[in-house]
Design a protein around this ligand. Structure first.
Ligand code: GLU
Length: 316
C-alpha cells in the first residue's frame, strides 16, 4: 500500500481568500485527508510588497472557520519551520547556488518591454517564450552591462519534452525550450521567484501530493525539471478546474463580494462548503455539509475537468 500522502495548502496572502481559493483548499484537504494523509500550511509570502498586512493570520482564521485543519505550518510551526516563504531565503539561495555551480545559469538584461515586444515569440494562448536573447552574451559584455543594470538570472532549459501524469488531467507534456524557454530563477530585485521557491519548499517539506488550480498546470514541467536538477523527490500533482463567475471570468481577489470577509458574515461554513461541493460534483444538491461530511464522498473522478461557472444566483 502507498504511504499516506502529505498534502499542503500554499496560499498567497495578497488579499482575503475568495471562493476559488476556498475550493482549492477544500479539494487539497479532501484529497489528502480521504487517504488518511496529513496537511501542511505554507504561507507563500515571498513577494512581500504585494501582500496584505495580517493576510496570513486572516487566512488561518478563514481555514479554521471552514473546518479545514492542518498538521504543521503557519503559526502552528512544526518540523519543517519556518513555514513562511519570506523567512526561507537561505534555502532558496542554496538551491540557486547549486544550479549556478552546475553552470546552468546566466544573467539576463532584457527589459519587460523587450520581453513582451510584438516580435517576441509567444504561443497561441499569449504566453511569451523567452527568445534566448542574453543566452550567448560574452563574459565581458555581461560585466559591462552589469555596471548599468542588475540582471535577472535565468536557467538554461534543454530541448526536451518533460511529461507527467496529472492525477486529474492525465498526461501533460511540454517541450521546455519551445514552450517556455529559459526561465528566471532570481529576479533583478534579488527575490527568488515562485517556480524555484515552490520546488524547494515542497521538496524539503516532504510534500507528496500537490493539489492546485489548473492555471499552474503549465508551470509543472518547469518545476519537475528543477526537482531533477536539485535532486529532490517530486510530489504527484492533481490540478483542479478554475472557478469562473457567472459571465465566465476568472475569480480574482478583486471580486470583493465573493471574498471570505463578506461571505462569513452572510453564511455558515457548512452552507458555503455544501454549495461548492455541489458545484464540483460531490453532492447532488446544494445542501449544507461540513468538510468532514464530504470526506467519504470525495473522488477525483466526480470533479469535472471543465472550468466551473458560478450560477448567476449563486449564494443569493
Ligand atoms: N501560492 C499559490 C497561489 O496562491 C499557489 C502555488 C501552488 O499551489 O503551487 O496561487
Amino acid at each position: 500500500m502507498n504511504p499516506a500522502p502529505v498534502g499542503r495548502f500554499a496560499p498567497t496572502p495578497s488579499g482575503r481568500m475568495h471562493l476559488g481559493n476556498v475550493l482549492c483548499m477544500l479539494l487539497a484537504w479532501l484529497s489528502a485527508r480521504s487517504q488518511g494523509g496529513s496537511v501542511i500550511l505554507r504561507i507563500e509570502d515571498i513577494d512581500y510588497p504585494r501582500l496584505m498586512k495580517e493576510g496570513a493570520a486572516l487566512m488561518e482564521s478563514d481555514l479554521r472557520w471552514l473546518g479545514l485543519d492542518w498538521d504543521e505550518g503557519g503559526s502552528l510551526g512544526g518540523p519543517h519551520a519556518p513555514y513562511y516563504q519570506r523567512m526561507r531565503g537561505e534555502l532558496y539561495a542554496e538551491a540557486f547556488h547549486k544550479l549556478e555551480k552546475a553552470g546552468l545559469l546566466y544573467p539576463c538584461f532584457c527589459s519587460r518591454a523587450q520581453l513582451h515586444s510584438v516580435n517576441a515569440p509567444h504561443l497561441s494562448d499569449g504566453v511569451f517564450v523567452y527568445a534566448g536573447t542574453c543566452r550567448a552574451l560574452s563574459q565581458e559584455e555581461a560585466e559591462r552591462r552589469r555596471r548599468e543594470r542588475t540582471p535577472a538570472i535565468r536557467l538554461r532549459v534543454p530541448e526536451e519534452v518533460i511529461s507527467f501524469q496529472d492525477g486529474h488531467y492525465g498526461l501533460v507534456e511540454e517541450n521546455l525550450a519551445r514552450e517556455c524557454g529559459d526561465f528566471i530563477v532570481r529576479r533583478a530585485d534579488g527575490l527568488y521567484p515562485y517556480q524555484l521557491a515552490v520546488v524547494v519548499d515542497d521538496g524539503l517539506m516532504g510534500v507528496t501530493q500537490v493539489v492546485r488550480g489548473r492555471d499552474l498546470l503549465s508551470s509543472t514541467p518547469r518545476q519537475l525539471y528543477l526537482y531533477r536538477l536539485l535532486g529532490l523527490t517530486p510530489p504527484t500533482f492533481c490540478h483542479l478546474p478554475l472557478l469562473l463567475d457567472s459571465e465566465g471570468r476568472r475569480l480574482s481577489k478583486r471580486d470583493r463580494d465573493l471574498d471570505l470577509g463578506l461571505l462569513r458574515e452572510r453564511f455558515t461554513p457548512q452552507w458555503l462548503l455544501g454549495q461548492l461541493a455541489w458545484l464540483c460534483g460531490l453532492l447532488d444538491r446544494p445542501e449544507p455539509a461540513s468538510a468532514r461530511d464530504l470526506l467519504p464522498l470525495f473522488s477525483w473522478e466526480k470533479i469535472p475537468k471543465e472550468d466551473l461557472r458560478l450560477p448567476a444566483a449563486f449564494l443569493s
